[in-house]
Design a protein around this ligand. Sequence first.
Ligand SMILES: Nc1ncnc2c1ncn2[C@@H]1O[C@H](COP(=O)(O)OP(=O)(O)OP(=O)(O)O)[C@@H](O)[C@H]1O
Ligand SMILES: [Mg+2]
Length: 297
Amino acid sequence: MNRSSGVRNLLSAGLSKLRSHPDSIPVTGSREATVIAVSAQKGGVGKTTTVVNLACALASSAEMRVLVIDIDSQGHVASSLRDSLRPGRVSLSEILLEDRRDVMDAVVDTAIENLHMTNPDKSLAETESQLSSRVGREYILKSAIANARSHFDVILIDCPPNLGNLTLNALVAADMVLIPCDMSILAFEGVADLLATVQTVNLRLGQRLDIMGILSTRVDGRTRQINDVIGDALNDNYGDLMLDTQIPINSAIAKAQAAGLSIFQFQNRSRGAQAYRALASEVVSRLNISIQPRAAL
Ligand SMILES: Nc1ncnc2c1ncn2[C@@H]1O[C@H](COP(=O)(O)OP(=O)(O)OP(=O)(O)O)[C@@H](O)[C@H]1O
Ligand SMILES: [Mg+2]
């Protein structure tokens, strides 16, 4: 075998290897997503509920393609929408830990038009500790979603209830953070910690993460005194950052989640559905996106 045919063979072997890995050539889309991390340090404040129902409300708007990335090992996004999930094969852990760095490989369709999500991934808890030893660990998700940004209008990231490596990855990857806060003192204290983390991300990691707003969740008309104390504290401390929309405590929301349905699929006229529709409108106006409602939710 002479030298030039050797080079030709090497080239064609390399090309056929490329062809046998269709994922290795990412297809770029024409959209430009805004990435919103939904994060709070305290557990159970309504992060997943907000991600799922906000995503469904946004996806029902004309031309808006929505992706939900679930970086919480609990995999609650998939359980909340299990009626609509169409599972796939690649996990987010594989994306974060291996050289396969395009989140699009882990994206699956749902039965809800325009709504896509990543596979639920129970091994993310282990992945979180493995990330600790990686150089540039805070930026892995950011680079992995670069291509996905061109395929969606909004990407929502559901974060775990802590400020560890995965949440840090979400904050670095995001343009904005939405902070659900229920009417408890622990959730209120958690807001200050998260805001301090956002400041650190911006100052030390050179990001430009904006606060979309603080969302009052699980607001209970029956415990007016507690609501008022926490509500006043939130307004006094974070006035401009508070979203106008408040999510009331509503049993239909919990029942919908238990049934694996969005609040709109479960009880479209409930107070919970009305509140999440209002949140979607407020988010859209804050994003400055102009959309036409496709169908009444
Ligand atoms: N507005 C609401 N009214 C009634 N129940 C609610 C409401 N919001 C959330 N819940 C219920 O509260 C529980 C916690 O909600 P959710 O899973 O959204 O919280 P989370 O912040 O994502 O929790 P975690 O920190 O564990 O991820 C769920 O059972 C959910 O159905
Ligand atoms: Mg959750």
